[in-house]
Design a protein around this ligand. Structure first.
Ligand SMILES: O=P(O)(O)OC[C@H]1O[C@H](O[C@H]2O[C@H](CO)[C@@H](O)[C@H](O)[C@H]2O)[C@H](O)[C@@H](O)[C@@H]1O
Length: 359
């Protein structure tokens, strides 16, 4: 048994045995499972999942979105002398996707790697989870956090160089360090709370539904719902939302997400955090963003439009993405983070040695 597998076992994380295929699940009306379309030559969009995609298509997809591990040296040579900042998604990136959202623990090795990365580079974790839940999972005090898809940002004040004062209130993090909170969707909280109560009441008769309160967003999980109940669930959710025109419905990995209809997403959170870190006005800044889900595409777009930085999609299947690079799964994310730390340590030694020689 590999060390990760052992770690998963100790932590009680569920993994699907390799010989049991993931059941093929049809989308509700749009794709609502783990799969996103890839273009099959001449045939229009096709939905791939672990059952029906083949390795040839993954290999040709890799040509367009090469592995950030294979190209690590080349990427880092280009990053030499730049101010690097690291942005990480949580579910599916730092923790494996598991059936029970409450048990999506971060392996200890990953926590230690993120801690090491954060001691070398400004680091932020941007997630759809509530800020509290995210902090409970990660438990590191040297990183910035953005929960609710970027609508709830908490950053240690000591990491701050400059920031936007709009919507800002001073706060204190659990270790009593000063922190900055940024919550651009506060006015939506009453509506979100109302919808949460209605959803809990009106979906409780559908077995397997799990409603997750992510503070400024709500996740309606259907990973454990029987396929024949999908339509009923979707109808119930949509009927509730008819009375709330300021809330919108989006899709993630076997989850429907309800969130405020404001122009604020993970891409905006990335820009906000760059500004907060004092990196907003420099043209030698190189953000590295790693994420696995649809909501991470907004951050990939920001990196693309800045014309600087590396966007890395975590995916074991071919997908439409704006990311330039890829990593196969959280284990590869771990390897990438460890290499990053080693690269930084080695480049610091090289700089120290050459400065000493010059003296
Ligand atoms: O932005 P992220 O950190 O990727 O969060 C997105 C959603 O992730 C979680 O749900 C997903 O992971 C669960 C645990 O592995 C899995 O059971 C679920 O099917 C996935 O959709 C989280 O529970 C959601 O609230 C987040 O919005």
């Amino acid at each position: 048994m590999g060390s990760f597998a052992r770690l998963y076992q100790v932590l009680g994380i569920q993994r699907r045995p390799a010989h049991i295929p993931v059941p093929k699940v049809e989308p509700i009306s749009k794709p609502m499972n783990d799969e996103t379309p890839v273009l099959a030559a001449g045939n229009g969009p096709v939905y791939f999942n672990e059952v029906n995609y083949d390795h040839t298509s993954y290999t040709s997809w890799l040509m367009k979105h090469p592995s950030a591990l294979s190209l690590f040296d080349r990427m880092m040579t280009a990053a030499e002398g730049k101010r690097i900042a690291i942005f990480l998604d949580y579910d599916g990136t730092l923790s494996p996707i598991v059936a029970d959202p409450d048990r999506a623990f971060m392996p200890e090795k990953m926590r230690s790697a993120v801690n090491d990365v954060a001691s070398q580079f400004p680091t932020a974790i941007i997630s759809g989870r509530s800020l509290d839940k995210l902090f409970e999972f990660v438990r590191l005090t040297n990183v910035c956090y953005a929960g609710s898809h970027g609508m709830d940002i908490m950053a240690p004040t000591r990491l701050k160089n400059s920031y936007n004062t709009k919507f800002k209130t001073e706060a204190v993090d659990i270790k009593a360090n000063e922190a900055v909170h940024f919550q651009p969707a506060q006015e939506f909280l009453p509506a979100i709370q109302e919808v949460l109560c209605k959803l809990e009441e009106e979906t409780k008769m559908i077995p397997g539904v799990m409603i997750e309160d992510n503070k400024f967003c709500i996740s309606v999980h259907f990973r454990q719902v029987q396929e024949e109940d999908y339509t009923r669930l979707e109808e119930k959710v949509k009927a509730i939302l008819e009375d709330y025109s300021l809330l919108q419905l989006t899709n993630g990995k076997k989850v429907m997400e309800i969130r405020p209809s404001i122009k604020w997403d993970k891409g905006h959170a990335l820009e906000y955090l760059l500004e907060f870190l004092g990196f907003g006005n420099f043209n030698d800044v190189l953000p590295i963003y790693i994420g696995d889900d649809q909501t991470d595409e907004d951050a990939f777009k920001v990196i693309q439009s800045r014309g600087q930085g590396y966007s890395i999609l975590v995916s074991s299947i071919p997908k439409y993405t704006g990311a330039s690079y890829s990593l196969h799964d959280p284990m590869e994310v771990l390897s990438f983070l460890l290499r990053l730390v080693r690269w930084k340590e080695n480049s610091s030694v090289t700089i120290r040695c050459s400065t000493q020689k010059e003296r």
